[in-house]
Design a protein around this ligand. Structure first.
Ligand SMILES: O=c1ccn([C@@H]2O[C@H](COP(=O)(O)OP(=O)(O)O[C@H]3O[C@H](CO)[C@@H](O)[C@H](O)[C@H]3O)[C@@H](O)[C@H]2O)c(=O)[nH]1
Ligand SMILES: [Mn+2]
Length: 949
């Protein structure tokens, strides 16, 4: 087909883009014109100059000579300054809190004992049901509460980190950064549900973080294999060239352009540089153009593809005509059927998914794609250009950008791709070969870096004394775009600020899917260093493999042919069987294990300067090997997804992955920063929220019935941590009891009975004690965690709403899976696109979206039956001679309790006219009161008549 000359010259240099193209091309530099087909400007994406002599083996960090003793003494003072500290929670609050927990346990025990001893003989069934539920509630409250006994807050000291790793010392005369490398993984799966603009913003915020540029590598995993995402990433890489230096020069926060330019506060506050105004204006305009280009991508790709396809068809037709006129030899007969292909801007077929899917080019069936969008930046700072008159003056700014790699793993029908876990494992392998950062930060595409120093905060925990026992540092998930009253408790603050902070005081928070900094060796499934063994041993890997050693030697005996037992370094007997057949990967695993050690008195000290060593630019061998390890057969007969990497087979792979690490005795930390480290989006309407909760609860039920049940964990899992994980597996089952309990008030109102014989003072005082203690606990939790009472209450409400809908279905699904083996599938949650409606009123338009699902039947039934029951019961008082007041009042209270909890659900059902439930609620209340007054009046008049006659 006739094409632009500029297009045809690049069409043959896409060697690494897809396996279609084979591995014969030695050059993986690709020029991707980022603008619509016919415009002249093209952008060079990978300015790699390939040094084929370098191999991956000696890449990464090179160890410099260990420093001598005296200097180390001199530095010890500096070194021993701790990088993290415990921020005290007021002891009074904590003591009160623990006392109150104790009081409540006692009160609950007495109450339950009293309940058992005082059955309601008039309605034994009601009594029995309620007592069973109450026992379960007490139990579930207890396993939820016990792990909260030792809440803790940790703080970091970034200055100390700087001093230790980035200040001048004899080993580091140039004060070059000695911080460890971090590989950032971003996952995206669907260009429609996860708009490329959102992902591009996330990438920009990562490229601009405050961390040594040469130590940072960013990998984007695109499970959709979509050209839109690819081109959006290429656009981001090119926009980063002005965005990142701009952020660094003017200390912009947050470094996500969409959020930054959308900020309502004064952008000029605290900005003293005179060129700020001009440069901000310029960057803002460039961002607006960038946004237009990204948003127009789908249109341009379609147009480009249409043009290419039709000229392709014309060509084919021409050929066919020629053939018909001339040779007519059956063998050389050209085909006239052409697929509707999706075309890259360089004039070749996109190896990933096509907009008209066909074999080899559909979502579950396409080749691997690895594209280095920004190559490794080199180790020396590069100053930009500029000067007074320029639009942008980057003369004093380091304009290098971190490495950025686009990865879309191979997918083929018949393989289980294991969702996010599979994508992450592919990235773990690819990154091991390409950068092998000792730490890995995982972010979902919709979670961006909101605090540019957050990476340093996380590293503080890892590099601190005892840091080498830390498997991961979890950051809280914070969300944007949630309605101010947080109707459906989307912010989950009770979980993120109470539960996880409390776990931080035991063995550490769970891994919750995004915003988590991992230690690579922990992901590789190694055991944490055993202090006693390590102290006897010296040598770098003694700290990483002591436990492995034992199990390895046991395994070596049974399956000798798979293991390479290296006599020299007997402790590194890494097993190809576990990691697969790539020897480069296996070597990188060894190196990763040696890179990071902690320092501190009595511990082998991390040799300063050991990480400053330079890294060579990527070579072709590395990229093609990376290409190899993201293919879908690679994991066959390996331990990936089992004991290595993200764990497969669960819809909540995150919790299980973290659990496996804690089970091995690793410690994790919770890192709450100010401002928030990362921020993301969450589904805010009722339907999506319920589905999200359903997915988590299904994961929990799965965990409960799997070998990942906390009860079965080894002895290295601490007791309270074990209880916390047990709670994760058990909480969905509470739904069965919640459902029963919510139907008790209508049952008792209609039957005229109540859960107790009568409202005796004993019963009422127990009830008071239990309610007051929970209120007191709520108050104290609010005190030590910093959340608001409203958030606590929303959480409480959603506990009932989720309990009667999503959790219930999750239990059913889980049982189905266990008993009948029926699998459930989940789609990813829809992310609202940034910069959508500009309309003020429509900020929360999504909140009111409503889609009917079967999940909503039980809560709706509960609401209706409770209201109806109240009305019916009170109406009946008119016609009954001697209503049982105490049962009536008890039942009504009970029903009102249920209705108040259900209120947000009722509101959600009403959509935009959210007032209606209030009306229904208030009216039924009023009617009930009127009826009772009427009844009393009638009764009184009857009495009066009687007394007169
Ligand atoms: O086949 C897939 C499916 C999903 N994803 C990515 O996985 C992430 C999470 O998926 P999402 O649909 O956003 O789920 P959420 O309910 O928002 O996710 C929370 O809960 C999940 C399960 O517990 C975790 O995996 C997530 O990290 C955590 O943010 C997203 O970035 C997706 O792009 C993939 O990469 N490949
Ligand atoms: Mn998400």
């Amino acid at each position: 087909m006739p094409r632009d000359p500029k297009d045809s010259h690049v069409s043959n240099s896409t060697g690494n883009i897809g396996s279609d193209f084979g591995s014969s091309s030695p050059n993986y530099t690709v020029t991707v014109p980022l603008t619509p087909d016919n415009t002249p400007d093209t952008v060079q994406i990978v300015p790699t100059d390939i040094d084929s002599g370098s191999s991956c083996k000696d890449g990464d960090s090179e160890q410099t000579d260990p420093r001598n003793g005296e200097e180390s003494d001199a530095l010890l003072g500096k070194l021993s300054r701790p990088l993290t500290r415990i921020v005290k929670i007021s002891p009074i609050v904590i003591h009160l809190y623990r006392t109150l927990i104790f009081v409540r346990v006692v009160a609950l025990c007495m109450f339950l004992a009293w309940r058992v001893r005082n059955p309601n003989n008039k309605a034994i069934w009601l009594w029995f049901l309620s007592v069973i539920c109450e026992f379960w509630f007490a139990f579930s409250w207890l396993i939820d509460q016990i792990p909260r006994l030792f809440p803790v807050n940790h703080g970091t000291d970034i200055e100390a980190l700087r001093e230790r790793f980035e200040s001048q010392n004899p080993n580091n005369p140039t004060s070059k950064s000695d911080l460890p490398g971090i590989d950032v993984f971003v996952s995206t799966a669907d260009a429609e549900k996860e708009p490329p603009l959102v992902t591009a913003n996330t990438i920009l915020s990562i490229l601009a973080v405050d961390y040594p540029i040469e130590k940072l590598s960013c990998y984007i995993s695109d499970d959709g294999g979509s050209l839109l995402t690819f081109e959006a990433m290429a656009e981001a890489a090119s926009f980063a060239k002005i965005w990142v230096p701009f952020c660094k020069k003017h200390k912009i926060e947050p470094r996500n352009p969409e959020s930054y330019f959308g900020l309502e506060k004064d952008p000029f506050k605290n900005k003293v540089r005179h060129d700020f105004v001009r440069e901000r204006r310029y960057v803002k305009r460039s961002y607006a153009e960038f946004k237009v280009r990204v948003n127009a991508l789908s249109h341009f790709v379609r147009r480009r593809s249409d043009a290419c396809n039709s000229s392709e068809e014309t060509n084919a037709l021409e050929k066919w005509n020629n053939w018909k006129l001339n040779d007519q030899d059956e063998e050389s007969r050209p085909s006239i059927v052409a697929h509707k292909a999706t075309w890259m801007s360089n004039g070749s077929h996109w190896p990933g998914t096509w907009s008209v899917p066909c074999a080899n080019h559909s979502k579950g069936d396409h080749a691997s794609i690895i594209q280095v969008l920004l190559d490794h930046p080199g180790d020396e700072p590069v100053k930009g250009t500029g000067g007074e008159g320029c639009e942008l003056d980057f003369e004093e700014v380091d304009i290098r950008l971190p490495m950025l790699v686009y990865v879309s793993r191979e997918k083929r029908p018949g393989y289980d791709h294991n969702k996010k876990a599979g994508a992450m494992n592919a990235l773990v392998r690819a990154s091991a070969i390409m950068s092998n950062g000792p730490f890995i930060l995982n972010l979902d595409c919709d979670h961006y870096v909101h605090n540019s120093r957050a990476f340093r905060d996380g590293i503080c925990f890892m590099m601190d004394r005892d840091g080498d026992c830390v498997c991961f540092v979890q950051f809280p998930q914070r969300f944007e775009g949630i309605d101010p009253s947080d109707r459906y408790a989307n912010n989950n603050t009770v979980f993120f600020d109470i539960n996880l902070r409390a776990l931080d005081g035991i063995q550490g928070p769970m891994y919750v899917g995004t915003g988590c900094l991992f230690r690579r060796t922990a992901l590789y499934g190694f055991d944490p260093p055993d202090v006693s063994v390590r102290d006897q041993r010296s040598g770098c890997c003694g700290c990483c493999f002591p436990q492995r050693l034992k199990s390895n030697s046991a395994r070596v005996a049974s399956e000798p042919e798979y293991y390479m037992d290296d006599d020299e370094d007997e402790h590194i007997c890494l097993i190809p069987k576990r990691f697969g057949c790539s020897s480069i990967l296996v070597n990188s695993v060894k190196r990763a294990a040696c890179t990071v050690q902690s320092s501190g008195p009595g511990r082998p000290v991390c040799p300063l300067g050991s990480l400053t060593g330079g890294r060579k630019p990527l070579d072709y061998a590395a990229v093609s090997e990376a290409f190899n390890v993201v293919s879908c057969w690679y994991e066959y007969k390996t331990q990936w997804g089992m004991s290595v990497g993200w764990v497969y087979g669960s819809v909540t792979e995150d919790v299980v992955t973290g659990f496996r690490m804690h089970e091995k005795g690793w410690r994790s930390f919770y890192c709450v920063t100010e401002p928030d480290a990362f921020r993301g989006s969450a589904p805010i309407n009722l339907t999506d929220r319920l589905h999200q909760v359903l997915r988590w609860a299904t994961g929990s039920v799965e965990i409960f019935f799997s070998r990942n049940n906390a009860v079965l964990a080894g002895r290295k899992l601490k007791l309270l941590q074990r209880i916390a994980y047990l709670n994760v597996g058990i909480y969905p089952f509470t739904s069965v009891f919640i459902l029963t309990y919510c139907f008790l008030p209508p049952l008792s109102l209609i039957s005229g009975q109540f859960v107790v014989d009568s409202l005796t003072p004993a019963f009422l005082s127990y009830l008071l004690a239990i309610s007051f203690s929970i209120c007191g606990l709520a108050f104290l939790e609010v005190k030590w965690s910093g959340i608001t009472l409203e958030e606590w209450w929303r959480n409480e409400q959603f506990w009932l709403i989720g309990g009667t809908s999503a959790h219930l279905v999750a239990v059913l699904q889980g049982l189905l899976k266990v008993i009948a083996g029926v699998e459930v599938s989940f789609t990813s949650t829809l992310k609202s696109s940034t910069g959508g409606g500009d309309d003020e009123d429509d900020d929360f338009a999504e909140l009111y979206l409503f889609k009917w699902t079967s999940l909503m039947i039980p809560p709706l039934t509960i609401i209706i039956s409770n209201i109806v029951a109240i009305l019916v019961a009170w109406c009946r008082t008119i016609f009954s001679d001697n209503p049982h007041w105490s049962n009536l009042v008890g039942g009504t209270f009970f029903a009102v309790w249920v209705l108040v909890h259900m209120y947000p659900f009722a509101k959600g059902l009403m959509g935009r006219t959210g007032k209606t439930p209030t009306i229904i609620y208030v009216w039924s209340g009023l009617i009930a009161i009127c009826l009772s007054l009427l009844y009393v009046a009638i009764k009184n008049s009857e009495l009066m008549k009687e007394s007169f006659s």
